[in-house]
Design a protein around this ligand. Structure first.
Ligand SMILES: [Ca+2]
Ligand SMILES: [Ca+2]
Length: 590
């Protein structure tokens, strides 16, 4: 593999027109490797496999569950069973200034419950386990790490990384996704798995759920389980298996009582570490700007250097997206666009294959454009380094979500673990977004990954710099080599849908009926938004943000939201089950 990559690199360096030759040599080899990658689990059978659902289950569009044809004893299990029994050691206190924010690291049960993102062939068994905690009133927490007690079973591990997700509370189960950190690194000491959250997660007061999920291939590493806890704090732990492989709890249910996994042992063993209070500076109130949201239309400019080949496929893909009114092409092999040229568009896509006419000037003008509110989406080979990569301020001034230069990784892979709830990933099917010409990327400081490939390489990440968010996609998407497939154009337009303030239809308000007021606490990169309302007469209310349902909560008259991304956010509170809604309130993000 290394030898082939070196060969390809040499071709690239000798001249981009030779890329086609390298493509012919490498492509069949890579495909062959992909096909031969399948392997059989060699797991000693000890536990009874939960019953799997039939493909012809309930009607109403139920889909067949894709279960590999192998004995049930060789498939993942929901629980370690007694094989998971172990003595737990409470980990030492975190180093100052971090403190233990929340602690239920005690009362370990015998079993551990599966919470794992398996390899693609076992996606039907991907499962997620969550437990709840409360951030006290008046506090905000910067959660910097989680210690989860766990064991490997059905194999010896190790996990490649861990995904940690935070949800709102919805009737004693996880509700809306608040923050997620996927592909996080971890350390193991005895049975303590310590996962560092990068960047830290800021939570306002309220009840939350946290899930810890191992990214681990069943073959050959087996399974990871989160240790069950005999004592219950707050609500009982929740578990889900959206792919249906286990035949229980395809949506969140109580792990013991509903999903029947280790019933009677209700919680999980874990604790949260970090600091009380978010941000480094003292939050200072800032007057709320009230710009007029623009229309929901997108004008996209593709700035690329690709041996004179226009990016027609990507262009067509973007143009087919709802709301896109223009997709133009600027050939950056022969010139550098001016800021004024870029500013005629609200999304600029930049990628290279041959060298940019002026990599420094191009990166500089992209950063200028980002500074004025433009959305920059970068793709490969921007992170190649000289001579084919991008340079200038977008690469060196804190804008790029990936570090450069990044080694090439010329193998095929498709979308693996990703945040389905993230705005960038709306409408992106699992297993889509396939690419060959990729890099082995590392995240730049403060960048957040939203998607990985199936081989755990970064696929998509964003980075907020001085209040402006840039997006990076690890794929070459030009037409010089037809080596990619899937809706990359949707991800690009999603960046605009997410980051560009835009008037969206909201529920019909009944003026004067429900009165909504908003109080903001502005931190350096967060805004805590406290909503207060009067006049709602139903037991629960729906809270809308930018026209989308944010939460359904008890009608307590208040709700706190945390904004971490720039943009203008419009809030509205509506009675549940009636058409009565409050006035709208607008808040500017960080
Ligand atoms: Ca998976
Ligand atoms: Ca609990």
């Amino acid at each position: 593999m290394n030898k082939q990559a070196t060969t390809v690199r040499a071709y690239l360096l000798r001249g981009a027109f030779l890329l086609s030759l390298a493509f012919v040599i490498v492509m069949p080899l890579a495909l062959g490797q992909t096909r031969s990658r399948g392997s059989k689990p060699s797991v000693a059978a000890s536990m009874k496999m939960p019953q799997v659902p039939t493909a012809t289950g309930m009607g109403g569009g139920a889909q067949a569950v894709r279960i590999p044809a192998m004995p049930a004893s060789q498939l993942p299990k929901a629980t370690s069973g007694p094989a998971g029994a172990h003595a737990i050691t409470v980990p030492p206190a975190p180093q100052a200034p971090q403190v233990v924010l929340y602690d239920q690291y005690n009362n370990a049960g015998t079993n551990a419950t599966s919470s794992q993102d398996f390899e693609a062939s076992l996606d039907a068994f991907d499962d997620e386990l969550a437990d709840d905690f409360v951030v006290p009133g008046g506090q905000s927490w910067s959660v910097e790490s989680i210690d989860a007690d766990g064991v490997y079973f059905n194999g010896a591990g190790p996990a490649q990384s861990f995904n940690v997700r935070f949800y709102t509370n919805s009737g004693g189960l996880p509700g809306t996704l608040v923050e997620s950190r996927i592909g996080m690194s971890y350390t193991q000491s005895n049975s303590t798995f310590s996962v560092t959250l990068s960047p830290a997660v800021c939570l306002a007061s309220g009840t939350y759920w946290v899930s810890v999920q191992a990214r681990q291939d069943f073959t050959p590493a087996g399974q990871w389980g989160w240790t069950d806890r005999t004592v219950q704090s707050n609500s009982a732990a929740a578990w889900q298996n959206p792919g249906g492989g286990f035949g229980v709890c395809t949506t969140w249910g109580q792990r013991g009582a509903t999903c029947a996994i280790d019933p009677g042992v209700p919680d999980q063993v874990y604790r949260l570490n970090g600091t009380i209070g978010c941000g480094t500076g003292t939050p200072t109130p800032t007057p709320t700007a009230t710009p007029t949201p623009g229309p929901c239309t997108f004008q996209v400019l593709i700035v690329s250097s690709d041996v004179g080949v226009p990016p027609t496929t990507l262009q067509s893909q973007i143009l087919a997206e709802p709301g896109v009114t223009a997709v133009d092409f600027f050939d950056a092999q022969f010139a550098t666009p001016t800021l004024a040229q870029l500013q005629q568009y609200n999304i600029v896509v930049a990628f290279s294959n041959s060298a940019y006419f002026d990599p420094v000037a191009t990166g500089n003008v992209l950063a200028d454009y980002a500074d004025t509110g433009g959305i920059v989406v970068g793709l490969n080979f921007n992170w190649y380094g000289p001579p084919f990569g991008l340079d200038g301020r977008w690469m060196t001034g804190g804008y790029t979500p990936f570090n450069s230069p990044a080694p090439t990784n010329f193998t095929n892979s498709c979308l693996g673990t990703y945040d389905m709830a993230h705005p960038l990933m709306q409408g992106i099917p699992a297993g889509s977004l396939c690419a060959f010409y990729r890099h082995t990327m590392t995240l730049s400081p403060g960048a957040v990954s939203v998607a990985l490939y199936q081989d755990n390489e970064q696929l998509c990440a964003y980075k907020t710099n001085n209040g402006h968010t840039g997006v990076g996609i690890n794929a070459y998407v030009g037409d010089f080599a037809d080596t990619w497939s899937g809706p990359y154009g949707t991800v690009i337009v999603n960046a605009g849908r997410w980051l560009i303030p835009c008037a969206t239809p909201t529920p019909t308000p009944t003026p004067g009926r429900i009165v909504l007021t908003v109080n903001e606490r502005r931190g350096q990169d967060r805004v805590l938004v406290r909503l207060r309302w009067t006049g709602a007469n139903t037991a629960s209310v729906k809270i809308f943000r930018n026209g989308a349902l944010l939460a359904r909560v008890a009608n307590t008259g208040s709700y706190t939201d945390v904004l971490t991304a720039p943009g203008i956010y419009t809030y509205q509170v509506c009675e549940f089950g009636t058409g009565n809604c409050s006035n709208e309130k607008r808040v500017r993000g960080p």
